[in-house]
Ligand binder design. Sequence first.
Ligand code: ATP
Ligand code: MG
Length: 391
Amino acid sequence: MGEPCVLLKLGEVVLKGRNREIFEQRLRSNIKAALKDHRVDIRQRHGVIALFLPAGGGVEEAEAIARRVTEVPGIVLVHLAWRVAKDAEVVTQAALELVKGHAEAMPRFAVRARRRDKRFPLTSNQLDFKVGGAINDAYGFPVDLSRPELTVWIEVDKEEVFLFTDGRPGQGGLPVGSSGRALVLMSGGIDSPVAAYRMMRRGMHVDFLHFSGIPFTTTESIYKAYALVRELDKFQGKSRLWVVPFGKAQQSIRNSGQDRLAVMTQRRLMLKTAEEVAQRIHAGALITGDSLGQVASQTLANITAQDGAVELPILRPLIGLDKTEIIAEARRIGTLAISELPDEDCCTLLTSRHAETAAKIEDLKQIEKRLDAEELAVQLADSIQAYSLDA
Ligand code: ATP
Ligand code: MG
């Protein structure tokens, strides 16, 4: 009945006017990288991308490709489709074959044809009618145009006709790499992986920076961060993780007294260190998993004090989300189970029962002066260890 293939519908990419070419090109190259273990031919059709298998490629292979590309940002819908010759009889036979598996369920059905090539001898309506009639004759399925349980989609293209009944959602958003680079401050928690995902989906390629309490904590949090980055890598590829041994710096913060301001001082030092690293890898922004009011360090005053620590913009894609929404997304993207593993985050070294909710910048600057925070941030950036993911 033709060859199995995969059709991709693009969302916002299509809206980009003259930049569209560049976006589509980027998306095709991301798809190619994601499918490096498969042999596929990536073809641009009008407004859709078609993935063709080499001759003899089977449905399982197409299925595996369809599953993989649902993870690539920039695609709204993924169809496992059949590619057939541009001939109304062939199309009809293929449609009969396509719905055969549903014969027992007797679904209410509809046929929806679209022509991207208007020279096809039948109009869309005529094709609907012809194919719909044949299905009804062959299997007795009732036609229901308003609320069908099964829809046979037919897309008449320039060189071929595509048929499919299936459509699974992609990630949406923009192709990774179309919005620049950023550095994610990545804890082992639930929020920061979701924040990273959100910005990848807006077209950023991100790298990851994790602060570990070593030598005063175990290495568990590093393994967690590594596992999270591995999971997130499916969305962008070429992810890099760096780990900052942060224990000694935290000790200095604790020794500087000022218990109430310790958490904020630590957070600002993390940001300064991240900014230093970002400059070295040419990242144009920092990303955190902050959500307004979730914890003491995330009050408006404290967020303002964090912004004041660095010159790079701090992107906080989760700022207006509830924890339940963040958890649901973490589950969907596959990071929740990893985040829920027990660990000893560096932050557990420095928690205060009386954390300041309205830290004053002047007070923080005093402490930082005594710590020589700017110099400390450079030293910390010098001490990072790389964990690359070229698996
Ligand atoms: P998360 O679930 O991401 O850990 P959280 O709700 O626990 O967030 P905080 O612990 O206050 O909130 O951290 C706020 C943000 O600061 C995190 O989302 C992350 O971006 C950054 N951050 C916190 N701890 C670390 C760490 N050990 N290494 C790197 N970044 C961190
Ligand atoms: Mg945390």
